[in-house]
Design a protein around this ligand. Structure first.
Ligand code: ATP
Ligand code: MG
Length: 227
């Protein structure tokens, strides 16, 4: 479970200071799903970076299961990320010279273990996102939707507690968007993940049972019991 208390993030460039997060209090239950929306520059990606331990807040605490990510050493933070947190970004961030299977395996390298075991788990993860037939394909040989499914397999192969997605369908056309959303929903349900997703898609936001809207670094939560 996430507990954020009075989280702020300031960026300073020369004389100008941006308050990207201006005092965020938020709890996210294990296995919960939170959709984040809001205007550009509102702080959505910044919040996701705090949740993922990719960056530290200027002040406040970001607890994951009682451990404050803001206070962890760089080495401990790297371990927490490698074990517990999967990321999916708008740009798929696959390595173009590696096959689908090799791309997925990269997520397991920091966890140690045998190469054969990594290959087996990567194949299994790709199979679970419907790409069992594409293990040997390079990113350039796949559609955008397929590439994003490889990225989802890479995020989930380590069986993380948390999946963070920053506009995962932002670079996709409508049909591929549905395909990727379906995979994400299935993974959330099947794996009991805590799933936090930034989206600009108002249809997705409308359907969200719990919606966080961020404007000027402030979060407002809307619960939608009907969704
Ligand atoms: N590394 C950085 N250095 C300086 N300012 C930054 C940095 N990262 C973000 N900002 C600023 O912080 C604010 C919040 O940015 P953030 O990327 O979180 O917005 P966002 O809601 O994700 O926007 P978008 O919808 O465009 O992705 C913006 O004003 C942005 O310019
Ligand atoms: Mg963003």
């Amino acid at each position: 479970m996430y507990t954020l208390r009075d989280v702020t993030k300031r960026y300073t460039r020369g004389k100008k200071t941006v308050h990207a997060l201006a005092g965020v209090d938020l709890t996210i239950e294990d296995g919960g799903r939170l959709v984040i929306q809001g205007p550009t520059g509102g702080g959505k990606s910044t919040l996701l970076q705090m949740l993922g331990g990719l960056d530290r807040p200027t002040s406040g605490s970001v607890e994951l299961d009682g451990v404050d990510l803001a206070k962890l050493s760089e080495a401990r933070l790297t371990t927490v990320r490698a074990q517990n947190i999967g990321f999916v970004f708008q740009s798929f961030n696959l390595i173009p010279t590696l096959t689908a299977q090799e791309n997925v395996e990269t997520a397991l390298v920091p966890l140690g273990g045998k190469a054969a075991e990594r290959r087996r788990r990567a194949a299994e993860a790709l199979d679970s996102v419907g790409l069992g037939e594409r293990l040997g394909h390079l990113p350039g040989e796949m559609s955008g939707g397929q590439q994003q499914r490889v990225a989802i397999a890479r995020a989930l192969v380590k069986q993380p507690k948390v999946l963070l997605a920053d506009e995962p369908t932002g670079n996709l056309d409508e049909s591929m968007r549905d395909e990727v959303m379906e995979v994400l929903e299935t993974m959330w349900k099947e794996h009991g993940l805590t799933f936090i997703m930034v989206t600009h898609d108002s249809a997705i936001a409308r359907r969200a049972p719990r919606l966080a809207t961020i404007r000027k670094g402030k979060v407002t939560i809307t619960e939608n019991a009907a969704a």
